[in-house]
Write a protein that binds this ligand. Structure first.
Ligand SMILES: Cc1cc2nc3c(=O)[nH]c(=O)nc-3n(C[C@H](O)[C@H](O)[C@H](O)COP(=O)(O)OP(=O)(O)OC[C@H]3O[C@@H](n4cnc5c(N)ncnc54)[C@H](O)[C@@H]3O)c2cc1C
Length: 411
């Protein structure tokens, strides 16, 4: 069985390796002529690290990124609302990593070329259309046509595969939040491995260190994101991962955000690159799989970057598709099973993130104690916090029980 994957992003490359390992003939077709380490920071949750580790990639991840020790939510005064140990620090068998997206993509690209063979990952091949005829899919890349038994659209938020099934969908959806992202060389804060989410839903500051090399020099390469609500009538800007951002558009709003353990305006001002990007997603689809064609990663379920799920869920998709295609010999049924398994939980994350997801705790605290608090219990009682966190972890499959079940560990 020959499987064609459109897109050599994080999802497509992981799927390629999982499918190759399961014994399938896989070819990846990537639209760009050259993969460059684009983007800024990203998190790989423990459940996704499990999959990359099984492909032998944990040493490369550990050598490049930071093993995330803690996730900390704080109000805009820097007071801690919730601190959660992550990965191995939470007693899980796998770490969580914070890493540069481009470096992660390069690790996957190099590994996929080693595993599949260099000629199996073809660059400069943009999918332009396809037809299903009998048990074959004819996939067009400009003037060339490739025949496949299965086609996987892993071609990101502007997926051409998705667009052929849903031609009237239009551009991604925006609800008015703009994000400025940057990386800054700074001093390590809170022990050098903590991801911070501070503020509230309409004005947030997120940061985490992403580079092992910097940490070894006693520095921190801090990836940061400022989320700012622009109002209901602002025009949605076309998203472009490389659009430069301007300090004047957002820095003034963060004046006074000095947490003691981190001076936010200083971090922002010292950035060596800043990008502006709208927070966009798409409505959940009724179906991903049509015959011998399916979708994966952002092509299937682009979501707001809340709760650090985008890259991790695309990795989990790749494993799921390989498992289902290996489990039976009818690929159409396998793709339906993959969809039944993955579509409902991804639709729930997309919808939860639109309702702020786990960030809801920030808004509760901001609403009840805008000037800060001396006793968190009086503002957000532990049982209420526990419920928010527990629900979201279940939803995102970050809870221990789901993680162990997915890993096939019985206890
Ligand atoms: C350049 C870039 C920078 C990003 N930076 C960040 C970041 O800093 N932080 C963050 O959280 N997320 C970032 N993302 C998004 C993040 O990578 C995804 O949300 C997540 O990793 C899911 O990955 P994916 O493989 O589904 O999609 P993507 O990572 O978007 O990969 C899709 C791939 O498909 C290729 N492609 C697109 N159309 C076609 C076509 N018609 N035919 C063939 N190939 C095609 C694209 O070139 C790309 O390589 C970025 C994505 C891109 C493309």
């Amino acid at each position: 069985m020959k499987i064609v994957i459109a897109g050599a992003g994080i999802g497509g490359l992981t799927a390629a390796m999982c499918l190759h390992r399961a014994g399938f003939a896989v070819e990846v077709f990537e639209g760009v002529n050259e993969l460059k380490p684009l983007g800024v920071g990203i998190n790989i949750q423990a459940g996704a690290v499990r999959i990359l580790s099984s492909l032998g990639l944990e040493p490369a991840l550990a050598a490049t990124g930071i093993e995330t020790r803690e996730l900390r939510y704080a109000n805009r005064h820097g007071q801690t609302i919730w601190a959660d140990p992550r990965g191995r620090h939470a007693g899980l068998p796998w770490p969580q990593f914070s890493i540069h997206r481009g470096e992660l993509q390069m690790i996957l690209f190099d590994a996929a070329r080693r595993m599949l063979g260099t000629d199996r990952i073809r660059l400069g091949q943009r999918l332009t259309g396809f037809e299903q005829r009998g048990s074959k899919v004819h996939v067009r890349f400009g003037a060339d046509t490739v025949e496949a038994d299965v086609l996987i659209g892993a071609d990101g938020i502007h997926s051409a595969v998705r667009a052929q099934f849903y031609p009237d969908e239009g551009p991604p959806k925006w609800q008015g939040i703009l994000m400025w992202r940057g990386v800054t060389v700074g001093k390590p804060y809170l022990g050098g491995a903590t991801m911070v989410q501070a503020g509230h839903h309409t004005q947030k500051f997120v940061c985490y260190p992403i580079s092992r090399a910097h940490a070894e020099r006693g520095e921190a390469l801090i990836n940061w994101i400022c989320d700012l609500y622009q109002g209901p009538h602002a025009a949605p800007p076309r998203e472009d991962w490389n659009k430069p951002g301007k300090l004047a558009d957002f820095l003034p709003r963060y004046a006074g955000w000095d947490f003691g353990w981190l001076n936010v305006p200083d971090v922002i001002r010292s950035a060596h690159a800043i990008f502006e990007f709208p927070m966009v997603d798409r409505d959940p689809l009724p179906r991903w799989s049509h015959g011998r064609i399916t979708l994966l990663g952002d092509a299937a379920h682009p979501m707001y970057p809340i709760g650090s799920n985008g890259a991790s869920q695309s990795i989990i998709d790749g494993e799921a598709i390989a498992q289902e295609l290996s489990a039976g010999d009818d690929p159409e049924k396998a793709l339906r099973r993959y969809e039944e398994r993955r579509l409902p939980p991804m639709a729930r994350i997309v919808e939860s993130n639109r309702r702020k997801g786990i960030d809801v705790m920030l808004d509760i605290v901001e609403e009840r104690a805008p000037q800060g608090f001396s006793d968190l219990e009086a503002v957000l009682p532990a049982n209420e916090l526990e419920r928010i966190v527990g629900d979201y972890k279940k939803l995102a499959a970050q809870d221990r029980e789901t993680l162990m079940r997915l890993a096939g560990h019985h206890h």
